[in-house]
Ligand binder design. Sequence first.
Ligand SMILES: [Zn+2]
Length: 570
Amino acid sequence: MKKLITFFIFLNFLSATAQGNLTITSSYPNNYFGNPLEIPMILSGTFGELRPNHFHAGLDIKTEQREGLNVLASANGYVSRIKISHWGYGKAIYVTHPNGYTTVYAHVQKFNDRIETYLKDHQYKKESFEIELFPLASDLPISKGEIIAFSGSTGGFSGPHLHFEIRDSKTEKTINPMLFGIEIADAKKPTIKTLIGYSLAENSHINGLAVPVQLSYRKLTNGDFIANKISAIGSIGFGINATDQLDGAYNENGIYSLEMLVNGTLVHEFKATSTAFSEGRYINLLIDFERYVKLNQRIQKCFIEPSNKLNMYYNSVNNGFITIEDGLDYTVDIVVKDFKGNTQKVTIPVYGKKEETVIAASTKTTPYKIIATDFQKFNIDGVTIAFPKNTFYNDFYLDFEVNNGVAKVHTPTVPISDRYTLTFDVSNYSEAEKEKLYIASIQKNGNSDYESTVKKENSFYTSTKTLGNFKLLSDHTAPKISLLNFNNNQWLTNLNTLQVKISDQGSGINTYRGEIDGEWILMEYSVKNKTLTYNFSDKNFIDAKHELKVIVTDYVGNTSTLNATFFRKK
Ligand SMILES: [Zn+2]
């Protein structure tokens, strides 16, 4: 029997490999994957959409503002992964198919009975709500169209929707589900909202300016846009903010492709086809990051800087950098399309002309110059920052100050590729004070966020991808726990769930544990609602008196315990 299984796995491996090679030359299999919902497919998020520090990896399908809709398996296969987390995908299920692809269904409320039983069995064994499981192919086989889950809004803070992905099972690269023939109605063309010109070399300028210039444009009778003629010299580039609206959706989504042509020649092409999670951070090089941080607007650049290794670029001439020569005329066309091919174009006439007065971009110099390819370490007044090689994509002057205990590590306007270490010397604090201390990042609005703090004698440090202000804070307040849907000493025979509310001021909730009569119970933590919920369908606890105990700990170790008594009869 064992030999037979090995043989089948080998066969699967062979077909997966063949499929993988096929995809290089041919297109993705069409009509293999069915819709995961039984309602019309209306999206609140498209594949490749620009999100904070990542590209959206799938489709966000609207669920009519409701939860509990049937989620159907897109094709035959088996459950290869179940992941339950407080954040991100919430409750997510992965189904691996024999054709080399895996579909992912995230933010669901719960799974079907067969999968729930499998999952809860492991959660009770591990005594943890958060869990990640990789079932064997024989554990949970799935048929196409089978109800595998019910839609929800678990993880993060978004409203009810289903996040649906198609991945290459082997590489885990996510692929635009629309390439597999998943049909989304879309008759409207994309919109271009902002157009920016960039001077990309020392002596270049646009309209006499060396700083980014917002260009004005107007609509022609045929629906295309035309920009006012600009004068420029040297190496320049362009960027746009563009969105697309799908049928039946009021929200704005991402575009599918972006092309730039100079005098009719294609010099830049982006297509939201497929991406690896490891490429996510390149989004901060794809967009004008500084403008995004300052104005919360994403300008997609039509040029590719050397450190940008994103794989969603196709045809390119000189990486989209355009060289403008004195006395010559150029026509630059930027063409934006949605997946259905609806097109919006903007034409920018350019005249090559050396201007006399050029307002140059000002560069602030500081004693802390970052050489992106070097390891670097700086210290002021007991605060040390250490940047491993390639923490940043480019060289720049880092703004670093320490004032009244607040460490300013630049501003979040520079894209960061990886973590760096921020260390506070805490030798001035007593042992008792040190116990309650943690490193916090301070937001613009003055709110503080706990940064995972490692305490090593007189050095407290954090490893972070955040730039901005940091401070040592102390937390002397224990978490709060209160009963939500029942009172102490109550008969709860008609209740299906037990709910308590938990919160913490300061460092935030780190761990929680629920017990009934000394036995661990599965309490689902909703970060959004600040609730812990026990479902009596796990175990009924009838026959009279029971004791509930809930213990919650914050990040510096302050602990609260709630004890309550309840009664149930059958
Ligand atoms: Zn999503």
